[in-house]
Ligand binder design. Structure first.
Ligand code: NAP
Length: 647
């Protein structure tokens, strides 16, 4: 990496960097651990009220700060001049020590091991890549061919790894472009609630995110670039919708049927199928009487129509993440907005949600050696498992009705104050805005002006529920008719029936949708007994609620799948079928853990649960634990099917 500019450029950039992180950079380049000594120990991280970003600047005195910055200018300047090499990347023991030093907190060694891979100081691909490369060389001509369904973040991530391993693959994508959810969702202010320096592939960092929480267009552009930079675009067949796949036990492969852009039916044969269809790709149309009678314009948040709302009376059904994100923008345009709420959600204060990435940090992420690595680790520590203790139920907690432990209850109190403050003059709304389930029962919504918007004079909250829709508006449960020109359905997605409407036929012709019903389950969220060589990314019980990036979860799964592929590549005509008893034991544990978490609380009714109240979508694990669960493939968990050796 060439470092541009001179000492003044460097000095200017360093104004915006995190000093505890910078000390890790200096220690790594010089190999000198005196930079991690008592003298430079940072002050504890504190969370200023209302801010998303904790104050983790280190609390150094002016003279300490000057000393660190001058040393950094000198050391990095030497690197720029070619007089100093980059030093050795830290091993686990040193990295662990570094993280504990820079945060002033006790960090689990397993967490450090995970972050070592997330920073790519350790290349996790080394766990499977050499084996696959060797097998590819030995078995040229009779290689595996994988079909990936979907070119969103799971599909593109998998494709990148298959490409790296030299395994043949085809991606079938129903849309005309890549990006999945970030292609489809275009509602106003659509964006992430996890900082992008974490919400991006660990193996394809982007040093140029303009904001910490980027908006849809920038995310979509990132995935478009990934398709090109991974060199996988030529493998994608756009406008192709998979309708059916059927496992052939004689040939030990999948026959995949899909509809192409002409409406014609086509077939592909695959040694393995990776389902990368996501959990939230089928908009849910609410079952409300009269919905079809509405004569005004009506659309779902995930099928946004760029209509000018000026002067219009707009109704919005639903108060989940999508509604909270879009409402401030649409309400500012519309003449009047009516929000139809069934259940209030918890919304977290986030006054710096729109914070741009500081110019100096942008520079540091691109040019200061190791800075981006340590920054990613820090973002994961701050925005990942930090909230985990607050979601785990404490059996001794006295009031189990609305909170699950003391920290959870404390958060509830903070958020109730935030509601009161945000609603300003509309204090009559307060009782309707306080959820009756524990905080983190559903993913905490990052605020972008929700309560201030509800407090606007031209916005009305209807908490009574909907009786019916008419040609000209909505009748709420109290009998009032609300006249509307436009109706926005922010009513979420059909999430429990994973992989549907595809027809998936496994061993013995069993159909996956029947095997699962509305209680989808898979081993490590990925493999299903009786459906050999089918790998579900972002499958059952993999969604995260407490905090963190879904790309992280997906990468953990991809890593696991690549290890499975080493077994398939080791012999011709092989299939892996997860043992039914292994899957059952795993999922019993998933359900028992889920029951003890905020989102398993009986008061929570959400898209994560099926009709019986079982958690189908969410992971019961912290990020650290999910990494550990998916890290190592154990062949004894599977039946290895091979030609002639099985029925
Ligand atoms: P959602 O969380 O499922 O919210 C749907 C809303 O519609 C809920 O308020 C629900 O009420 C309401 N609703 C559904 N059917 C209804 C009916 N028949 N009558 C009245 N109200 C009805 O959907 P979403 O807001 O699209 O978010 C889905 C997920 O997408 C989120 O949980 C999150 O994982 C992801 N997301 C993330 C972001 C982000 O910040 N990055 C942004 C948007 C979405 P109930 O609560 O009573 O069911």
């Amino acid at each position: 990496m060439k470092i541009p500019g001179d000492d003044d450029t460097l000095r200017q950039a360093l104004e915006d960097v995190n000093l505890p992180n910078l000390l890790l950079v200096l220690a790594t380049i010089t190999g000198d651990d005196s930079w991690l000594g008592e003298e430079f120990a940072p002050a504890p991280i504190v969370a200023p009220e209302g801010s998303l970003f904790p104050d983790d600047s280190g609390g150094y005195s002016t003279s300490q700060r000057a000393r660190i910055l001058e040393a950094a200018v000198k050391i990095i300047g030497e690197v720029r001049a070619g007089h100093q090499d980059l030093g050795a990347t830290p091993n686990l023991e040193r990295f662990h020590r570094m993280l504990q030093f820079s945060t002033g907190e006790v960090i689990d060694q397993e967490m450090a091991a995970m972050l070592l891979e997330e920073t790519r100081f350790v290349d996790r691909d080394e766990q499977w890549l050499p084996a696959l490369e060797k097998l590819n060389r030995e078995r040229s001509g009779e290689a595996l061919h994988v079909v990936i369904i979907g070119a969103g973040m799971s599909g593109l991530g998998t494709a990148a790894k298959l490409k790296r391993a030299g395994i043949g693959f085809t991606i079938l994508e129903k849309n005309a472009a890549v990006g999945g959810t970030w292609y489809e969702n275009r509602y106003p202010d659509c964006g992430v609630d996890t900082p992008n320096h974490f919400y991006s592939y660990s193996f394809h960092r982007n040093a140029k995110w303009s904001s910490y929480f980027s908006k849809r267009d920038e995310l979509y552009t990132y995935f478009e670039q990934c398709a090109d930079e991974f060199g996988v675009r030529e493998h994608i067949r756009f406008n192709c919708t998979v309708t059916e796949m059927c496992f052939d036990p004689a040939r030990l492969c999948w026959d995949v049927t899909f509809e192409d852009q002409t409406g014609g039916t086509q077939h592909l044969q695959a040694s393995a199928v990776v389902s990368a269809v996501g959990q939230l790709n089928r908009p849910s149309r609410p079952d409300i009487e009269g919905l079809d009678d509405f004569q005004g314009a009506m659309w779902h948040s995930a099928r946004w129509q760029d209509e000018d709302l000026s002067g219009k009376r707009v109704g919005v059904i639903g108060t989940g993440c999508s509604c909270v994100q879009l409402l401030p923008k649409t309400a500012a345009q519309a003449a009047h907005t009516v929000v139809f709420q069934r259940t209030p959600h918890w919304v977290a204060p986030a006054r710096d949600y729109y914070k741009p990435v500081e110019p100096g940090l942008l520079w540091a992420l691109q040019y200061i050696p190791y800075y981006a690595e340590f920054h990613r680790a820090r973002m994961i520590l701050v925005f990942g498992d930090r909230s985990w203790p607050a979601v785990v139920a404490d059996p001794d907690w006295q009031d189990q009705s609305v909170s699950v432990n003391e920290a959870n209850h404390a958060m509830r109190s903070v958020l109730i104050e935030f509601i009161k403050e945000g609603l300003g003059a509309k204090q009559s709304y307060v009782e309707h805005c306080i959820p009756k389930f524990p905080v983190w029962g559903k993913r905490l919504i990052v605020d972008n002006g929700w309560y201030e918007t509800l407090a606007r004079e031209d916005v009305t909250l209807v908490p009574q529920g909907i009786d019916r829709v008419t040609a000209t508006g909505i009748v709420s449960a109290d009998g009032e008719h609300h006249d509307l020109d436009v109706l926005i359905l922010a009513t979420g997605f059909e999430s429990n029936r994973l992989l549907s409407p595809m027809r998936v036929l496994g061993l013995g012709g069993q159909e996956l949708s029947e095997v699962w019903g509305d209680a989808a389950n898979a081993y490590k969220g990925t493999t299903v007994p009786g459906f050999p060589n089918l790998f579900c990314l972002y499958g059952p019980n993999t969604n995260i609620v407490h905090g963190g990036s879904i790309i992280y979860q997906i990468e953990c799964q991809i890593h696991y799948v690549m290890q499975c592929l080493t077994v398939l590549a080791a012999g011709e005509g092989r299939a892996l079928d997860v043992r039914s008893e292994v899957n059952s034991a795993y999922n019993e544990s998933v359900q028992s853990l889920s029951a003890g978490l905020a989102w398993g609380h009986p008061s929570v009714d959400s898209w994560y649960k099926n009709k019986a109240g079982q958690v189908v979508n969410n992971s019961p694990f912290s990020l650290q634990k999910f990494w550990a669960v998916t890290h190592d493939f154990d062949e004894s968990d599977y039946r290895l099917l091979s030609h002639g050796a099985n029925e």
